[in-house]
Write a protein that binds this ligand. Structure first.
Ligand SMILES: NC(=O)C1=CN([C@@H]2O[C@H](COP(=O)(O)OP(=O)(O)OC[C@H]3O[C@@H](n4cnc5c(N)ncnc54)[C@H](O)[C@@H]3O)[C@@H](O)[C@H]2O)[C@@H](O)CC1
Ligand SMILES: [K+]
Length: 527
C-alpha cells in the first residue's frame, strides 16, 4: 500500500524529528537524496547541465543544496532565483553553499506580476538545461504559478528532464484544487512520505514518476490521508475459498441490471461477477437481457432468491412503464431497502434517496455525482441556477430555486464532491475517473490509478459493478471492495488492452487471469 500524509501531519512529524537532530539535518538529507536522483538521471541521459529554479522557502533551500552537490560532482550547475525572492529572499545558507560549490547564480529581473516589462536572459539559462530542478514551492505552495515563475517554467526545453522538488510547484499540496497552472514534472522527488497531491486526481498528472527519499522521519504510525492499493496488496484482501466453503458460503450476488433499452449491461455485469469468482449469481431482469444472460453466463440463475449482496443499476431503465420492467424496478427498490450490502451504479443511482443503513458502494461518474448531489443536497448555496444545467431526467423535478451542482464543479474538486455525497448518504462513494477515488467517512481516501486511458469506454462501469458486487457478497467491507474492485478492473483492462483499443467485454474476460496472476504474485512475494 502506498500511503500519503496530510501536510499538517508531515509538518508535525518533521518538527518532532527536527527537535531531536542538529539544525539543518533534514534539509541536508533531503538535498543529498535529491542530488543522487538527479545525478542518476543525468548520467542515464548523458546530460551535463542542471538548472535549479529557486523560490523563497525551504523548498528553494533543498534545491540550492542539491545543485551545490551536483556542481561538486562536476556538472555544469546554475540556479535562477525568482524575481519575487531575489538574493535576500532565498535560503541564505543554501545560497552560500551553492556559491561555494561554484554554482552560477542568476537572479531573474522584472516585476513579479509583469515579467515582460523587464526581459532578461534567465529564461535562456533555463532553456539550456538538460535537467531542471523545480524548487519554486513545495508543501508551503499555493495553487497556480505567478507570472515571474510561469515565464521560467515556460522556457524549459521539451527534452529536459524536469524533477519537481517535493511537490510540483503550482499544485495544491493537499491535492484538492486543480492543476492547470503548475510545473508538469517528469518526476517528483519527495521527502519522507508521499503527499496527497501525488496520488489525487488534482495533482497526479503534474507529478510524473514519484520517488520517495527517506530522510529518517518515521511515518508508519502516522494515519494516512490518502492510500493506494498496489498489486502486492491483492493476495491479502482477495476472498480465496477455503476447503469448507460452498457456493453459498462464498457469496451469492443478486444482480438487478439491464433492460430492454440496455440489455448488454446485464451481460457485462454478470460476466464480470462470474469471472471474479462469485459463488453464485441470481439475475433479475426483463425478457431480452434474461435471454442474453442465459446465453452468455450459463452459470447465472434467473429469478429472485436468497443472496448475500446486491448489484443494482447497470443499464437499468428507470423511466419505462412496461409491466416486466416495473417488476424489475420493484426488485431494485426492494434490494436498496434491504439490509444487505449493495453496489449501486447508473440507473440505480436514480433510486437513491438518502442514507442506507447497510454497507453500500455508490459508483457514480462525475455527471452522475453532480446529478445526485443536486437532487439530494437541498442545502447547498451554489453559484449556478439549476436551469443552466443541461436538462437531465430529474432536472424538471427540481424546485426552481434549487441550486444545482455542475459537472465542471465536480471536475474542479472531485474529492470534495465525493466526500459530500459520502456525508449525505453514509455510503462509500467510488468516483470514476482516470484516477478512481474511493471515499468512506472516517477512512483514508483510496485513489486507484491502475487502468489504461482506453478503459474510458461504454460498459466498463457495468463490469466494475460485477466485480465490486462479488467482493461485497464475499463479505468485504465497502471501502476494500470498492478499491480492490477498481484495482482489479484496471489491471484486467490493462492486460486486455495491451496498449491498444479495449472493449468492455474484453475487460470482463480479463478479470479471471488478472486475479490469478495477482494472487500468484502474493504467493511468491516475500513474507
Ligand atoms: N519541514 C521540514 O522539516 C522539511 C522541509 N523541507 C522542504 O521545505 C519545504 C517546505 O518549505 P516552506 O514551508 O518554506 O514552503 P515552500 O518552500 O514550499 O513554499 C513557500 C515559498 O514559496 C512561495 N510560493 C508559494 N506558492 C507559490 C507559487 N504558487 N508560485 C510561486 N511561489 C510560491 C512563497 O512565497 C514562499 O516563498 C518542503 O516542501 C520541502 O521541500 C525539506 O528540507 C525537508 C525537511
Ligand atoms: K517544487
Amino acid at each position: 500500500m502506498i500511503r500519503a500524509h496530510s501536510i499538517d501531519a508531515v509538518r508535525a512529524a518533521e518538527a518532532a524529528a527536527m527537535a531531536e537532530l542538529p539544525e539543518g539535518t533534514l534539509m541536508a538529507r533531503a538535498a543529498l537524496g535529491l542530488a543522487e536522483v538527479a545525478a542518476a538521471r543525468l548520467s542515464d541521459a548523458g546530460g551535463t547541465t542542471v538548472v535549479g529554479l529557486v523560490g523563497g522557502g525551504d523548498n528553494g533551500g533543498d534545491t540550492l543544496y542539491a545543485v551545490a552537490h551536483l556542481a561538486e560532482a562536476g556538472y555544469a550547475a546554475a540556479v535562477v532565483l525568482l524575481a519575487s525572492s531575489g538574493r535576500d529572499g532565498v535560503h541564505p545558507a543554501g545560497l552560500a553553499a551553492a556559491e561555494a560549490a561554484g554554482v552560477v547564480v542568476h537572479v531573474a529581473a522584472g516585476a513579479p506580476r509583469d515579467p515582460d516589462s523587464y526581459p532578461d536572459s534567465t529564461a535562456d539559462v533555463v532553456a539550456e538545461a538538460d535537467l531542471v530542478l523545480d524548487g519554486i514551492a513545495g508543501i508551503g505552495g499555493r495553487p497556480g504559478l505567478r507570472p515571474d515563475a510561469a515565464r521560467l517554467v515556460d522556457a524549459i526545453d521539451d527534452d529536459a528532464w524536469v524533477i519537481a522538488v517535493d511537490v510540483a510547484s503550482g499544485l495544491d499540496p493537499a491535492g484538492q484544487a486543480g492543476e492547470d497552472d503548475a510545473v508538469w514534472a517528469d518526476e517528483t522527488v519527495t521527502f519522507g512520505t508521499p503527499k496527497p497531491a501525488h496520488l489525487l486526481p488534482a495533482g497526479e498528472g503534474a507529478t510524473g514518476v514519484l520517488t520517495v527519499v527517506d530522510i529518517g522521519v518515521p511515518f508508519d504510525d502516522v494515519p494516512a490521508a490518502v492510500e493506494r492499493l498496489t498489486w502486492d496488496d491483492v493476495a491479502a484482501l482477495w476472498p480465496v475459498p477455503r476447503a469448507s466453503d460452498d457456493k453459498y458460503s462464498r457469496g451469492v450476488l443478486g444482480v438487478v441490471a439491464g433492460s430492454e433499452a440496455y440489455p448488454g449491461a446485464a451481460v457485462l455485469c454478470t460476466t464480470a461477477a462470474a469471472e471474479a469468482g462469485v459463488g453464485m449469481i441470481r439475475y433479475v431482469g426483463t425478457r431480452t437481457p434474461v435471454g442474453l444472460v442465459h446465453h452468455a453466463v450459463p452459470e447465472a440463475v434467473v429469478g429472485e432468491g436468497r443472496v448475500q449482496a446486491w448489484a443494482v443499476g447497470p443499464g437499468l431503465d428507470t423511466e419505462t412503464d412496461h409491466d416486466d420492467a416495473r417488476a424489475q424496478l420493484d426488485a431494485a427498490r426492494a434490494a436498496l431497502a434491504s439490509d444487505l450490502p449493495a453496489v449501486v451504479d447508473a440507473g440505480g443511482l436514480d433510486l437513491v434517496n438518502g442514507r442506507r443503513d447497510a454497507p453500500t458502494v455508490l459508483t457514480p461518474h462525475a455527471g452522475e455525482l453532480a446529478r445526485l448531489l443536486s437532487r439530494l443536497d437541498g442545502s447547498t448555496d451554489r453559484t449556478k441556477p439549476a436551469e443552466t444545467v443541461a436538462a437531465g431526467s430529474d432536472a424538471a423535478e427540481r424546485p426552481v430555486d434549487r441550486r444545482a451542482v455542475t459537472v465542471d464543479e465536480v471536475k474542479a474538486d472531485p474529492l470534495g464532491h465525493a466526500r459530500l455525497l459520502a456525508d449525505l448518504t453514509g455510503a462509500t462513494v467510488l468516483l470514476k475517473g482516470s484516477t478512481t477515488l474511493v471515499v468512506t467517512d472516517g477512512r483514508a481516501v483510496r485513489a486507484q490509478a491502475d487502468a489504461p486511458t482506453w478503459l474510458a469506454t461504454a460498459g466498463a462501469g457495468d463490469v466494475l459493478s460485477g466485480v465490486i458486487g462479488t467482493l461485497l457478497a464475499a463479505g468485504l467491507a465497502p471501502h476494500d471492495a470498492a478499491s480492490l474492485g477498481a484495482l482489479v478492473h484496471g489491471v484486467a483492462a490493462d492486460r486486455a488492452s495491451g496498449g491498444g483499443p479495449l472493449r468492455a467485454l474484453a475487460v470482463a474476460h480479463g478479470i479471471r487471469p488478472a486475479v490469478r496472476d495477482l494472487l500468484a504474485r502474493g504467493r511468491s512475494a516475500p513474507g
